[in-house]
Design a binder for this molecule. Structure first.
Ligand SMILES: Cc1cc2nc3c(=O)[nH]c(=O)nc-3n(C[C@H](O)[C@H](O)[C@H](O)COP(=O)(O)OP(=O)(O)OC[C@H]3O[C@@H](n4cnc5c(N)ncnc54)[C@H](O)[C@@H]3O)c2cc1C
Length: 242
């Protein structure tokens, strides 16, 4: 429900008050002109968090948008989110405007539990909107001494962000005319080089819907089982708030 009447959004906040948190912006850092990390302070001690859990932000009176924490520290009462500031919608506008000291209401984390903790090999494909999930996921993978690889399809202006942050992933250029073109070239070369490893991996595909769908089709062509593909589209060209 990305768009709801104002009174519905008001009622949801009031009636489900235990599911909404009062949060305060503690810090903002721009990693690039389009990637902004925001640290929020809130009472989190009673909440669960799983890598991939998302929170609903009220981007305007009527518009609700999902974002995924990259870290969630119950004891310290802080969580962080990496926002893609793409400039085309109210969610992006809100993230762009937020400053330390601003207060807002945000839903408790919920949604799909994507991380498959029983697998040893984890493979990630995403874009700017998936960086936050990737950071949360990688922390768990490292804690459990598992193996991870990933490809990020990014706008040129964000290509250096993963390397600057020390994320060990490959980046490719976004190609809107042919979604995931560069990522698929890389993926197929890797699958051919290490077919056994890819057959044992679990794949997390998040971000642009057209790109993740193309990527999944190639995985299936190479015999990867659907049960090892976790797909969640985060946005689609021309659609509002998935
Ligand atoms: C479960 C879930 C978790 C998510 N987690 C994150 C996260 O951690 N960080 C994050 O940045 N985003 C995340 N997203 C994606 C974010 O919710 C969408 O990008 C959302 O559409 C942004 O809302 P908006 O109001 O800015 O744009 P909208 O009003 O929804 O869309 C307006 C226009 O902008 C376009 N658009 C939307 N997103 C993008 C984009 N990223 N790049 C280019 N054009 C775009 C749309 O196609 C549309 O034409 C998540 C989405 C889901 C479903």
């Amino acid at each position: 429900m990305p768009n709801v009447p104002k009174w519905v959004a008001d009622q949801m906040e009031n009636l489900l008050s235990s599911k909404y948190l009062d949060v305060e912006v503690a810090e903002t850092i721009s990693y690039s002109p389009e990637i902004k990390k925001i640290t929020f302070r809130a009472e989190l001690s009673h909440l669960d968090f799983y890598p991939g859990s998302s929170m609903v932000f009220r981007a305007s009176d009527r518009e609700l948008r999902h974002y995924t924490p990259s870290s969630f520290d119950r004891e310290q009462g802080v969580f962080e989110i990496l926002f893609h500031i793409h400039g085309k919608g109210p969610g992006s506008g809100l993230a762009d405007r937020l400053l330390p000291g601003d207060r807002l209401k945000v839903s408790a984390p919920g949604g799909k539990k994507l991380y498959d903790k029983d697998k040893t090999f984890h493979f990630f494909f995403g874009d700017e909107t998936s960086l936050s999930f990737y950071v949360a996921l990688l922390r768990e993978i490292n804690r459990n001494k598992q193996w991870a690889r990933g490809i990020f399809e990014l706008n040129e202006i964000n290509r250096k962000v993963p390397d600057d942050r020390g994320y060990e992933v490959r980046t490719v250029l976004r190609t809107p005319d042919e979604p995931a073109r560069e990522a698929i070239i890389l993926l197929e070369a890797w699958i051919i080089a290490k077919p056994e490893l890819f057959r044992q991996s679990v794949f997390y595909l998040t971000g642009n819907v057209a790109s993740v769908q193309k990527f999944r089709a190639v995985l299936k062509k190479h015999g990867i089982s659907s049960k090892n593909i976790k797909l969640q589209g985060y946005w689609a060209e021309g659609s509002v708030g998935l």
